[in-house]
Design a protein around this ligand. Structure first.
Ligand code: HEM
Length: 578
């Protein structure tokens, strides 16, 4: 049975252990069914409470033996902190989660233990704790067997789903291919151009977030496999064409299933008895990749060697086929890299567009830079010279990190060094920690008083390549830092350059004159589905962590990836001149 390794011991602890404990006491009670039933039910609560107390006591003892302090324990309003579980489950919105963590943080400091239903759950917004977990003690802070168990049907044995030696093997296999020399802006230009040409202009609004998902899928697949899924002239079998159309859905669905298993916890297999919700999405994904893998195998050796000699582009799939005979491994790696790239890149493009629309003065500065620096064809040197654009991308990543939270689990106990004075905090073995990148990167203690302001100049003063120890971890940090950074940065830089050129060309096509301004990206909140508009009450300065204290204009959500609820609706329209 799926998930049995964790489910069966948990069922024993929950259902069988209380009976064993209550049995000797029952002997002294009258032989009434009702009595027995009540005693049995009470024994659940008793066993739970006693185990919880013992656990807290033994953790405290271990902490003081090592000269450390306990991680502050949240005292919820309901028994077993059930109100915290309820709030987590209810808060589908990033702003709600942020608000909840912000309020807890104000009460308990930057690292605290929500300990829900007897299980330690540590949350942190402290960059020193992040560095400890991701860099200094990274071998001890792993993804863990529980996550692997829940994600295996989707991610198999890929880089995202492995730890230790197996992860090292994957990382060594993939790393060379992610080198900047294998990522060229030339690959992206036709896709971005096609994307821009299809955008409406003038009064018509569009959901650009949905379009970015497709752009991110197309560019990732071209880089990985050399296939252009947006090209109507490249046709496969009817089955393959169907899988191509359903691929976006299948990725979202598979992620949703794994996300739900993570939220439900150990008992997830009980909710999937008799059916496998991953079967359909995985069938789509496998049907899509199968002919691409077969084609890569048949051109193995000869073509890759020829291409390398000729200096042509080689795709990730060819490298993988060259490196291993194990086709399941090739498929797993392709799925993992596609997952890693699609939603993150589309999230960054979405929030860059949002920031351009929200801050037209910043957009004007970037546009000026592109006009003066990128003369003629786009090239790597010019991209490097666009320092304002780089500061802008960094600032977008800081305030709107595509991966808002990261989770790790300890193998052994660890002493967390924190930013506060005093002893380290004791983190027990087999305990999860949520690293809230999004809150840390908006924290005034880390980024100063104007932490919530969108200020690209902080990057020009502070250095564009600010390191993770300084409070910027949108790419993760340490040995598991994102491999796809050169890919995503090249794509977004190229997009910004081509976008400004496109806006300029729209202006010249329509003959900009004195009474009308140039074409700009504008937020089209009026086009947004009504139920997904940001609540009016968030617009004021509330100081509770939501909507960046009233600075935002859209409803930001983040289950696994940061997105805009209901899509990001924009217009490419002329700004009225004052
Ligand atoms: C804005 C875009 C992106 C952001 C913000 C981002 C962020 C991240 C983060 C936070 C992680 C760590 C995840 C974890 O620990 O569970 C990660 C890992 C990874 N990313 Fe990205 N990513 C982006 C784009 C990409 C792209 C485009 C690719 C591939 C083309 C990619 C490939 C990977 C891979 C392979 C890993 C796993 C590294 C490992 O476990 O050793 N990423 N990324």
């Amino acid at each position: 049975m799926k998930g049995a390794a964790f489910l069966l011991p948990a069922l024993f602890r929950i259902l069988v252990l209380p009976i064993l404990i209550v049995q000797p006491i029952l002997r002294f009670l009258p032989d009434l069914t009702l009595f027995r039933l009540v005693a049995y039910l009470l024994s659940f609560a008793l066993v739970y409470a006693v185990r919880g107390r013992l656990d807290v006591w033994s953790t405290s003892r271990q902490a003081s033996a090592q000269g450390a302090a306990d991680v502050p324990l949240v005292n919820g309003r309901w028994p077993f902190n059930l109100d915290i579980v309820r709030d987590w489950a209810k808060s589908g919105s990033e702003d709600e989660v942020a608000r909840m963590m912000f309020l807890l943080g104000r009460q308990y400091g930057s690292t605290y233990n929500t300990r829900v239903i007897g299980e330690n759950q540590i949350l942190s917004t402290d960059p020193k704790v992040f560095k400890h977990a991701l860099v200094d003690d990274s071998n001890n802070f792993v993804k863990g067997k529980k996550f692997k168990d829940r994600a295996e049907g989707f991610l198999g044995d890929g880089i995202f789903n492995s730890d230790g030696e197996r992860w090292k093997f994957h990382r060594t296999l993939l790393r060379p291919f992610f080198h900047p020399s294998h990522v060229s802006h030339k690959l992206f230009i036709p896709f971005i151009q096609r994307f821009l040409n299809n955008l409406p202009s003038g009064e018509e609004a569009c959901d650009i977030q949905a379009r970015f998902r497709q752009l991110a899928l197309e560019t990732a697949l071209m880089w990985m496999t050399g296939t252009d899924i947006g090209d109507p002239s490249s046709k496969g079998s009817a089955e393959w064409e169907q899988s191509k159309n359903d691929l976006g859905w299948a990725l979202v669905e598979a992620q949703r299933v794994v996300g739900r298993r993570v939220k439900i916890g150990t008992v997830w297999p009980l909710l999937e008895l008799g059916y496998d919700p991953l079967a359909r999405p995985m069938q789509v994904i496998r049907t899509f990749f199968a002919p691409l893998i077969t084609a890569a195998v048949s051109r193995r050796d000869q073509q890759v060697q020829d291409s390398l000699r000729a200096g042509d582009e080689v795709h990730l799939i060819d490298r993988l086929i060259e490196a291993t005979e194990d086709m399941k491994l090739v498929e797993d790696q392709l799925i993992n890299v596609l997952l890693a790239s699609r939603d993150t890149t589309s999230s960054l493009l979405t929030f860059c567009t949002y920031a351009l629309a929200l801050y037209p003065d910043v957009a004007d500065r970037l546009r000026g830079e592109v006009r003066s620096v990128v003369i003629g064809d786009v090239n790597k040197g010019a991209i490097r010279e666009c320092r304002l654009c780089r500061g802008f991308i960094n600032e977008t990543l800081r305030l709107f990190p595509p991966v808002p939270l990261n989770i790790r689990r300890t193998l052994r106990p660890s002493l967390l060094r924190t930013s506060a004075a005093g002893p380290p905090l004791f983190m027990p073995a087999n305990t999860s920690i949520i690293l809230a990148f999004i809150l840390m990167q908006r924290d005034q203690a880390v980024w100063g008083e104007n932490a919530l302001d969108f200020d690209i100049d902080r990057w020009l003063k502070g250095g564009l390549d600010i390191k993770e120890s300084e409070g910027f971890m949108s790419w993760n940090a340490g040995p598991r830092m994102c491999l796809g950074q050169p890919f995503a940065l090249t794509l977004v830089h190229t997009f910004l350059i081509l976008l400004f050129r496109h806006l300029d060309s729209l202006g010249s096509d329509r003959g900009e004159n004195e009474s009308s301004g140039s074409f700009q990206l504008q937020l089209a909140v009026d086009a947004q589905p009504a139920e997904t508009r940001m609540p009016e009450s968030w617009k004021g300065k509330e100081g509770d962590g939501r909507a960046r204290d009233g600075r935002d204009r859209v409803w930001i959500m983040g289950d696994v990836i940061l997105t805009v609820k209901g899509g990001l609706w924009v217009r490419l329209a002329q700004a009225a001149k004052l």
